[in-house]
Design a protein around this ligand. Structure first.
Ligand code: FAD
Length: 116
């Protein structure tokens, strides 16, 4: 396996980016202000332009045209992001994630307390 100090490959960059995006969505407000909504939209719309994996960016941009981001509240944003991640999972032949488990995975941890 590659040493830790190498530049990220597409997989490492993807894991880090999903961690950031899902965690940010998990802590997005239930009642976001207009400024918070606008900034979240800017963050999401910048990805197809700036994400440094060009084919990933292209695919995400296509999906975002069909499914515009829902930044109206925490639950809806988390769901929207889960679905976009599942688009990628399907394309890569990975397992589809159960979006009902998004908070457990990214915010609360499992009920058995193993992550507390
Ligand atoms: P990841 O897919 O990185 O997921 C990390 C963890 O998130 C999983 O272990 C799981 O616990 C959780 N998870 C999985 N699915 C969901 C979900 N739907 N909702 C919430 N949590 C979930 N790679 C390519 O090869 N081609 C591409 O076109 C491509 N496009 C990408 C587009 C974007 C915007 C991003 C951020 C990444 C993209 N990637 C792409 C990378 C790819 O999605 C994975 O990150 C990478 O393959 C590593 O996969 P992984 O199996 O470690 O888990």
């Amino acid at each position: 396996s590659r040493p830790d100090n190498c530049p990220p490959d597409v997989e490492q960059l993807g894991r880090a980016t999903w961690t950031f995006l899902h965690t940010t969505a998990a802590y997005y407000p239930d009642k976001p202000s207009p400024t918070q909504r606008a900034n979240m939209l800017n963050l999401l719309h910048s990805l197809p332009i700036l994400y440094p994996c060009s084919w990933c960016a292209l695919h995400l941009g296509q999906e975002m045209k069909v499914h515009p981001p829902d930044v109206s509240n925490r639950v809806r944003l988390s769901r929207w992001l889960c679905e976009r991640h599942n688009d990628v999972n399907v394309r890569l032949g990975k397992e589809v994630f159960d979006c009902a488990k998004t908070d457990e995975r990214w915010k609360d941890g499992p009920p058995d307390g193993s992550c507390d």
